[in-house]
Design a protein around this ligand. Structure first.
Ligand code: ADP
Ligand code: MG
Length: 606
């Protein structure tokens, strides 16, 4: 009888390759697993070295407890782990890894070289493994801790290699993984370099400093702390002020027991906490750290998944919402349109949606007109768009921007939904401030910051619509860049063009600048570009929204006026300010105005 059996057992090499597919999807998964191993080994310093976005080399060096010579080979066997002995240990788990799969999987699809030494051992064990097979082991001298080199990832699985994305994308994934770990372990010294360039060199920090080092001081400065302790969970962290919410790629991080997770349901809870305080389409930034008993979450987290199942998500939702509300409410340290709860003034019904939320430090109301007691809401852009159109219509090329507010906006009273436009009465004080009447009291406005905000919104709108008006240069200038600058520039070119720049390729890293935004001076146009792209942070945060934000702030700072020379200009400016998305804060987060109301005056002088 013929043997028709077709089932056979797979070789262990094949089994390892299949399993590796689950754990090692891309270079960033290797970085994650290796860094987590270093953390589990008690390292206080971890250096990550990458070449070609991880295709040719991923090296992780730690100063952790190291391994014995025997363990250094055993570590590569599937299901080899020092972290659990049996299933009951799962419930007391405090380490990042426990499945004992990572090293076996990584070794199955690359060439690995491991060097490791425990403190008390004299010699280092050096192990070489290729495609899962042990090639050599020797004892050499070397430093305490563990060093792993992962070379030629997927060299034996061409299909997987082909499946990788561009170097830029893979590097971005690595950056993300690195940042996710760095944000939970501020006490660790961490570095990351790519093709010889140091991208991160982080010292021992506290949480806020670490957030600043990773997401920029602008983000970290505008964070409000959260600290909630319930029987169910401990939640610590930070949420952004409504004014520092961003339109694109917000920093939104959840961590559970030291592990980064994504949680769209909880992200909704955070957004709900802001209620209507966010400018439209803006997203809050947050860094939320959950500390929760292991029996309240599903511990069997798949190594590559970033979702975690909470036992009691429904109960956690309102806890999060109220934590955010409380953080926002407690931030009213600054004088604002609406004062502290006790001496809060009556808010006219047209703006009750603001007062309903008891968070006074949140002045966002696009339809607010500071001079009127009652008004119908109008769209945010009407006011300044009107002003802008008027300004644009008569603007001549190269005209200095200082004059722009001298043109009175042609806002008709019915545009504002009013029968009679309330009269502006105010004056310029000390050259720098406008003091004027308003619905809620006497308004003190910083002219430069107000102008920054108006320009920021205007430019941002232009960028979104891609309608930045450019002025042709009679004599095109040359923008000569270093290769590094050019790399950054290429990512930002579109953003520059959307505000009115026009470039023409002129050699490898040289461009002819044919047009510049009409609102900046010729003499500054090249300097601004250089300024922005040579900033050391830009390279690290090579993410278009960060660059866009930087460009916007830079341009608005340069375009803003520092003084107004007539009451009409003052009126235009204040009016335009209150038609912006966020009149309370300048783009870099500084307050623009404060008010003193009649209660306050009464309190002081009866
Ligand atoms: P797991 O982390 O799930 O235990 P891994 O395959 O990642 O599985 O690692 C296997 C074992 O190798 C770990 O349990 C640990 O004992 C050891 N190990 C791995 N990396 C290191 C390191 N950087 N320092 C010390 N020991 C390590
Ligand atoms: Mg591990």
């Amino acid at each position: 009888m013929q043997d028709n059996n077709t089932i056979h057992t797979l070789s262990s090499a094949t089994i390892n390759q299949i399993a590796a597919g689950e754990v090692v999807q891309r270079p960033s998964s290797v970085v994650k697993e290796l860094m987590e191993n270093s953390i589990d080994a008690g390292a206080s310093k971890i250096d990550v070295v990458i070449k070609d976005a991880g295709r040719t080399l991923i090296q992780v060096i730690d100063n952790g407890k190291g391994m014995s010579a025997t363990d250094s080979v055993k570590a590569f066997e599937r299901h080899a782990t020092s972290k659990i002995v049996d299933a009951s240990d799962l419930y007391a788990l405090t380490t990042m890894g426990f499945r004992g799969e990572a090293l076996a999987s990584i070794a199955a699809v690359s060439r690995v070289e491991l060097k490791t030494r425990r403190e008390d051992d004299e010699l280092c064990s050096k192990v070489e493994i290729e495609g899962g097979e042990l090639m050599s082991q020797e004892l050499i001298s070397g430093q305490k801790g563990t060093q792993i080199l992962v070379k030629d990832l997927f060299y034996n699985i061409p299909v997987r290699r082909k499946f990788l994305k561009t170097n830029e994308t893979e590097l971005r994934n690595i950056l993300n993984v690195f940042q996710q770990i760095a944000l939970v372990y501020p006490s660790l010294e961490l570095s990351l370099s790519h093709n010889g360039t140091v991208l991160f060199d982080l010292h021992k920090d506290n949480f806020r400093q670490r957030i600043a080092a990773i997401c920029g001081t602008k983000t970290s400065k505008d964070l409000l702390p959260i600290d909630v302790d319930t029987t169910l969970v401990r939640i610590k962290g930070f949420v952004s002020t409504p004014e520092s919410a961003v339109k694109k790629q917000p920093s939104q991080y959840f961590f559970v027991n030291g592990r980064y997770i994504q949680h769209p349901y909880f992200a909704k809870a955070i957004a709900l906490g802001y209620d209507r305080l966010l400018p439209s389409e803006s997203k809050p930034q947050f860094f939320i750290y959950f500390d929760i008993d292991l029996d309240k979450i599903d511990v069997n987290i798949h190594p590559t998944k970033t979702e975690v199942k909470f036992e009691d998500e429904q109960a956690l939702f309102p806890i999060l919402v109220s934590a955010v509300k409380r953080a926002l409410a407690s931030s009213c340290s600054m004088p604002t349109l609406m004062f502290d709860q006790e001496d809060r003034i009556e808010i006219p019904s047209a703006v009750t949606d603001l007062s309903a939320i008891k968070t006074p430090n949140t002045g966002f109301n696009p339809s607010y007109n500071p001079f009127s007691g009652t008004h119908t809401p109008k769209s945010k852009t009407d006011g300044w768009q009107n002003l802008y159109d008027t300004v644009k219509g008569v603007k001549t090329m190269g005209e200095p921007c200082e004059n722009e507010y001298g043109l009175k906006p042609d806002i008709k009273s019915d545009d504002l939904g009013l029968d009679v436009k309330p009269k502006f009465s105010g004056f310029v004080y000390g050259g720098k401030y406008i003091i004027c009447n308003s619905e809620y009291g006497v308004l003190f406005v910083n002219i430069y910051r107000a102008s920054q905000r108006v320009w920021y919104d205007r430019l941002s709108d232009m960028m979104v619509k891609g309608t930045g008006a450019g002025q042709m240069l009679m004599f095109p200038e040359l923008l000569e860049l270093t290769p590094a600058e050019n790399l950054t520039f290429r990512q930002m070119r579109n953003s520059f063009e959307s505000v009115g720049y026009s470039f023409e390729d002129f050699g490898v890293s040289t461009y002819k600048v044919n047009a510049i935004p009409s609102m900046i001076k010729d003499s500054e146009s090249i300097a601004i570009i250089k300024d922005i792209i040579s900033d050391p942070d830009v390279d690290v945060n090579g993410i278009s929204s960060v660059l866009r934000e930087r460009l916007l702030i830079n341009l608005s700072n340069k375009s803003a006026v520092r003084e107004v020379t007539s009451t009409d200009m003052a009126e235009s400016l204040v009016e335009s300010l209150f038609n912006t998305t966020s009149p309370m804060y300048a783009p870099d987060g500084l307050p623009i105005y404060f008010t003193i109301d009649s209660n306050e005056i009464k309190r002081r002088i009866g």
